[in-house]
Design a protein around this ligand. Structure first.
Ligand code: PEP
Ligand code: MG
Length: 536
């Protein structure tokens, strides 16, 4: 038995078998090999294995999400079995005596580039399939025979570094917990783990030897115990019971108003990173959605999502919310959220680069399509629009100008929408906080994004887990900016909420209320704990 300490990302308790996942880079350097025939055979075996994976993915997705979603894996099987593709790779291995990893990578990149430059949209999409096939083959060649979308049993995932897309692609039913090495508390991967309500710890030394070992994961106790004995497993059961009991008590708060002891009503909203979070927000009695991170639409798609497809998603969300507020944040892409089709330049400092509203203002067609979709959906519910990563009055005015143009166009086209959709901005840069009194006069509401506000105030990358002690949203400078933003917002006539992870820190709830905050928006699993902290 071995006990390892870590830091909590998401609460809960579980026990089970570990599945080690290496998300690191695969070596695709030009390595010369001695035996090209054996290398070709290694490649051929990888193709068979990759084909098996695609077959079982097809069956799984067919059973859970239908033919339309599963068809992609069939299409990839066809591309993978293309004789021309295999011939080109054999040729590189045999003639250049290069390793299979290099040959797969070079040939696939050439084909993907060729597809991506084609006129025909269908053919252009195939370039993403070739990239997926390349990644799958490379994983198989490197001995990483699984990826996370392909888990056969329920497991505790142990990984040094998981990205938001690794987590987003998971089948939640197959994941008991997460043990991470370098996933920082405020990273998007961590936010997703909390949204899934799956126990998770970080800051743990992860290596391959963890694979298939039994573990007891106890985030509240800040530890994971490897090879737990019966006594520990009994303790896990007790903790699970206590956790369920705590949840049962919290569930009694469902339907109760979120009112402080001295009678102030706080709006308690949920953050949603995808449509299923909206179900979970409703389940947890959220009074609205304070932050719908619309990026999922862009990250899950292989091409820019169309106005119509976005409209359908926003409309469905608005209908589900049955008149309760739904604040949709326009695409906050860039930095760690990079859809391949946007072909964003590689930047040395992506968090300080082209991200959030800057990308939308540089791509007006994309921005207008999203605004049109949101306005059209506003006819079906209580929708507000929020703009991310604002630093200046000019940006706010430009956003409002686009919104006004969209309203005019829809009116002319005779398309129904709500003319009184409220417009708000995120305050997540020190610049926006400093000029918040001016900005407040231009918008209906603010939502303070403490994850980025802390990152930019403290000059500490929120995705860098070794800076976690420094990147602390409770730092007095961050709290002072929050307080100032709330006061300035109110002076300028804007309501002020908080939607960063700090809003879920129940040890701060009363302090944030004393600053005058109007709304707290948290991961669905934190709605009831925060209500408890407001009313007690
Ligand atoms: C934030 O920055 O606090 C926020 C809520 O936005 P995101 O975490 O999506 O960057
Ligand atoms: Mg942010």
């Amino acid at each position: 038995m071995q006990q390892i300490s870590g830091k909590v990302i998401s609460r809960g308790v579980t026990a089970g078998r570990i599945f080690y996942y290496d998300a690191g880079e695969i070596d695709i350097s030009r390595r010369l090999i001695d035996d090209p025939d054996a290398e070709c055979a290694r490649f051929d075996a990888a193709v068979i294995k990759a084909d098996e994976q695609l077959s079982s993915l097809y069956r799984l997705i067919l059973a859970t999400s239908g033919e339309e979603n599963a068809a992609i894996f069939k299409a990839q099987q066809v591309l993978l079995s293309d004789q021309g593709y295999a011939d080109q790779i054999h040729e590189v291995i045999l003639n250049k005596r290069m390793c299979a990893e290099y040959a797969v990578s070079a040939v696939s990149d050439d084909i993907a580039k060729m597809f991506s430059e084609m006129e025909d949209e269908y053919m252009r999409e195939r370039s993403m399939d070739i990239k997926d096939i390349k990644d799958r083959l490379l994983r198989v060649l490197s001995g990483r025979s699984h990826d996370l979308s392909h888990l056969s049993d329920s497991v505790i995932i142990a990984s040094d570094n998981l990205s938001a897309s690794d987590v987003a692609g998971l089948d939640k039913r197959k994941v008991l917990g997460f043990i991470c090495g370098h996933v920082s508390e405020n990273s998007h991967a961590a936010i997703l783990m909390r949204a899934m309500n799956i126990p998770a710890l970080t800051g743990i030394n992860i290596d391959k030897s963890l694979n298939r070992r039994e573990a007891a994961l106890m985030p509240k106790e800040g530890c994971v115990i490897l090879d737990p004995d019966d006594k520990v497993l009994l303790k896990v059961k007790e903790l699970q019971k206590a956790f369920e009991e705590e949840n049962r008590m919290l569930h009694e708060l469902k339907g109760k108003p979120t009112v402080t002891k001295n009678g102030r009503r706080i709006r308690l909203f949920a953050n949603a990173g995808n449509p299923s979070d909206i179900d979970s927000a409703i389940d947890n009695d959220a009074e609205g959605i304070g932050l719908m991170r619309s990026e999922f639409l862009y990250l899950e798609s292989r091409e820019l999502p169309s106005e119509d497809s976005q409209f359908e998603t926003y409309k469905a969300a608005a209908i589900k919310m049955q008149g309760k507020p739904l604040i949709i944040r326009t695409a906050d892409l860039g930095s760690d959220k990079q859809p391949a089709y946007l072909k964003l330049d590689k930047e040395d400092n992506p968090a300080l680069g082209l991200r959030g509203i800057r990308i939308c203002l540089e791509h007006p067609d994309m921005f207008i399509a999203q605004l049109r979709a949101i306005y059209r959906a506003s006819a079906f519910g209580n929708i507000s629009i929020m703009f991310p990563m604002i630093i200046s009055l000019e940006e706010v005015l430009e956003c409002k100008k686009y919104a006004a143009e969209v309203r005019d166009a829809l009116k002319k086209e005779g398309i129904a929408f709500n003319e009184n959709v409220r417009l708000g901005i995120m305050i997540e840069t020190p610049a926006a906080a400093m000029i918040s009194e001016t900005l407040a006069k231009e918008v209906d509401f603010f939502s303070i994004g403490t994850n980025d506000l802390a990152q930019y105030t403290l000059a500490a990358d929120r995705g860098n887990s070794s800076l976690e002690r420094i990147n602390n949203a409770r730092h007095p400078a961050v709290l002072k900016l929050i307080r100032m933003t709330i006061e300035n917002g109110h002076k300028g006539g804007a309501e002020v909420g908080i939607c960063g992870e700090l809003a879920a820190d129940t040890s701060l709830t009363q302090e944030l209320i004393s600053y005058g905050v109007d709304e707290l928006s948290v991961s669905p699993a934190f709605i009831l704990p925060v209500r408890n902290a407001v009313i007690n």
